[in-house]
Design a protein around this ligand. Structure first.
Ligand code: MN
Length: 711
């Protein structure tokens, strides 16, 4: 534990004008107020606020923050009142402590709605003064460091919350070190097996390679020196948590990850960054698609660096990060580095666009769970960067579409978007944006958010806005849409259309009013063709049937059995359904239908690579979704596994699959070496959830080095 004079010295080392007296008073105040209270570790309670204050000195925070850190639990846990704090330490400190106390009080309660409420309070407090967040993060970091002393059930909850909320927040404001430490501790707590297995493998590598990090640093230093670049190079293994995340994100095995080791080159100027990059790239083979230029395009949290992957010295695959010393300082300390101890200056969180955005989502969410879901989405995802026609940069999560882009510009743009030009070409709204795309959103006053969009947008902001609109306007929207569908269809088929005709068939559709029929059509429960055939029973030949004949669909009969439509919504009656063998879609996957010559409709997952073949033929794309009966039927999923060539490996796989209540339908050994073999497994499962649980279980098994859905 830091002693009183040590803490004061620390603060004075970076802020010679710090209010020494206030620091002393706060230290003693915390000591006295917490008195004989104990932490679960058995340490005196006051050690906690003092450690939290100590963490913050690393970030050179101003005196008021350090004082508030010392006092942060007094109002919550002792007889201290806010009045008292205000009288003794002044208004500013009192406000910070108040923000932290309100958070603590809700934190005691559990359940996701309380957690969301807590998060909401945190956001609001942050938007008043970002220092509340900095202190809160230090508080949580110290609690994580002492997590081992908590009872197990509490431990898991705290670790989960840290992983879900606090670590992403730390990342969002650029506090890399805090984020890394939080993630490591939480990971070890929540996924002990995976953690231990990665640590064991790292140890194994280290023993085998007899510590090659210094050797690689030495070679890189020589490379730079030969070219007259002055620099500092550090090297390290990536953290087990970041390795684990990469394994999940890239569906890669430990062995396939190229950047178990990362090296950092710090230089004086931006020009030298690019020179250093040139030296690395000319000497070593680049690993394709690993290069990222966060100097010309910084991350939203301000992070700047060049990243590249190469086959480096000793023929080892490494990641190299190149940056200036100044960038490095900001990258490690984030918001805190920008701001530090500038006396009396308040950094209002309002100035941070992302906090405003989170608060906006909060205003639109219907309930806390939805809010939490949307904001988690917002904080988690890795970014792609796109440009407006004017060249403004918009950062979005990977997988974002033009609709997400439109909402990121402004809610109004999102609400009224009808189409998008990507790099000058008109593309469907569901198109997934790529890094560097220039996106022009086309809008129309008559457009409204559509429930369809909810299936493909990924940003929390877009999801919240769409759901809110749909909640309010659902029925009206369905009615308008249904009416439009019917009018268009009847007209294009040259059939009479009037409301009088519809009145006669109300009972056929279990409808009481014409609007009910419209709404059903709009919602997709009944198709326009159903209505047309009932209203005009003599009607047969349709354009659609002509089209279907022209592309030689084998199945199109009027009274096809209804089974398929219960599995898949959005199909045209009578079309045969197939599930694509390339991507093996499962209920829960996002899907599209492709009308295929001679086959009917083939269902693919939206990210299936084979969809590229149909990009030029939008008329073949059907917007479909899983129907209510989809899960009553078993679906085949295909997994690719890499197993150690050891006795028992296959038996273990079979065991895990049986435990997950899935069936093996087929097994194929596709590749075999002395130490490994690769198999393709066809497995019968209900839905994607069951499959994901199974994949996680398989990943935890030692003899399996790689598990992924085969595509
Ligand atoms: Mn605390």
């Amino acid at each position: 534990m830091l002693r009183q004079y040590e803490l004061v010295d620390l603060v004075k080392s970076y802020d010679p004008y710090a209010d020494e007296e206030a620091l002393n008073r706060a230290y003693v105040f915390a000591l006295k107020k917490h008195g004989s209270q104990l932490r679960t570790s058995g340490d005196p309670y006051y050690s906690h606020p003092i450690e939290v204050a100590g963490i913050l000195t690393k970030y050179k925070l101003d005196c008021a923050s350090i004082v508030a850190a010392l006092l942060h639990d007094t109002v919550e846990d002792t007889d201290t009142t806010l009045e008292e704090i205000k009288n003794v330490f002044g208004e500013q400190v009192a406000q910070l402590v108040d923000g932290l106390t309100k958070l603590a009080m809700i934190e005691q309660k559990s359940g996701s709605s309380k957690q969301a409420e807590n998060f909401r309070k945190l956001l609001l407090a942050m938007s008043e003064d970002i220092r509340v967040l900095l202190i809160k993060l230090a508080d949580r970091l110290h609690n994580m460091r002492t997590l081992g002393f908590c009872p197990p059930d509490k431990r898991a909850r705290i670790a989960r919350e840290t992983l879900d909320i606090y670590a992403p927040l730390a990342e969002r404001i650029g506090m890399e070190e805090v984020k890394d430490e939080m993630n490591e501790i939480a990971f070890a707590e929540l996924y002990k097996d995976a953690h231990d297995s990665i640590v064991a493998r790292l140890n194994f590598l280290r023993e085998q390679g007899s510590n090659i990090v210094p050797k690689i640093i030495k070679q890189l230093e020589k490379d730079m020196d030969d070219n007259g670049i002055k620099c500092t190079i550090t090297g390290r293994e990536k953290t087990p948590y970041s390795i684990w995340r990469k394994m999940q994100l890239k569906n890669a095995s430990f062995e396939q990850l190229c950047d178990i080791m990362a090296f950092r080159i710090c230089v004086d100027t931006v020009a030298e960054c690019y020179q250093a990059l040139g030296i690395i790239h000319s000497k070593y083979h680049m690993v394709p698609r690993r290069f990222k230029d966060y100097i010309s395009t910084p991350k939203p949290n301000g992070y700047q660096s060049l990243h590249t992957g190469v086959i480096g010295p000793l023929d080892v695959r490494i990641e190299v990060q190149i940056r200036t010393y100044e960038m490095h300082e900001v990258n490690e300390k984030g918001v805190a580095a920008h701001w530090a101890y500038k006396q009396g200056q308040r950094t209002e969180g309002k100035n941070f666009r992302w906090i405003r955005e989170l608060l906006e989502i909060l205003d639109q969410a219907q309930n806390p769970d939805e809010f939490l879901e949307n904001t988690k989405l917002e904080m988690y995802n890795d970014q792609v960067f796109c440009f407006t026609p004017k060249g403004d940069l918009i950062g979005l999560p990977v997988g974002s579409t033009p609709v997400d882009f439109a909402y990121a510009i402004h809610s109004n743009v999102g609400d009224t978007c009808v189409g998008a030009k990507i790099n000058g070409e008109i593309k469907p709204l569901r198109t997934i944006l790529q890094n560097g795309d220039q996106v022009e959103v086309l809008t129309s006053k008559n457009q409204h958010p559509s429930l369809e969009w909810d299936r493909f947008v990924v940003t929390g902001k877009a999801k919240a806005a769409i759901r809110r609109y749909v909640r309010i306007n659902k029925r009206e929207q369905f009615i308008a849409l249904g009416k439009e569908i019917l009018e268009k269809l009847f007209k294009s088929e040259d059939q009479e259309f009037s409301e009088k005709l519809l009145v006669n068939v109300l009972s056929d559709f279990e409808a009481e009013t014409i609007d009910d029929i419209y709404a059903k059509v709009g919602e997709g429960l009944v198709t326009g063709w159903d209505v047309l055939r009932v209203v005009h029973p003599g009607y047969r030949q349709s354009k659609l049937e002509k089209v279907v004949k022209a592309i030689k669909l084998p199945v199109f009969k009027k009274n096809a059995d209804k089974k398929d439509s219960l599995k898949i919504r959005g199909l045209i009656d009578g079309m045969a359904v197939h599930f694509a063998g390339c991507c093996h879609p499962l209920p829960g996957d996002r899907i599209v239908g492709i009308v295929t010559t001679g086959k009917g409709v083939t269902i693919h997952t939206v990210d299936c690579a084979s969809l590229h073949n149909y990009e030029q033929e939008p008329e073949r794309w059907l917007d479909v979704d899983w129907g209510p009966d989809a899960e009553n039927e078993k679906h085949i999923a295909r997994l690719k596994l890499m197993l150690s060539n050891e006795p028992g490996a296959l038996a273990n796989v079979a065991n895990i699959i049986a435990k997950a209540e899935a069936n093996i339908m087929n097994l194929n050994i596709t590749y075999r070496t002395l130490s490994y073999f690769e198999i393709l497994l066809d497995i019968e499962v209900k839905n994607v959830e069951q499959l994901n649980a199974l994949i996680l279980a398989l990943r935890a098994e030692k003899l399996i080095s790689h598990v992924a859905r085969a595509t």
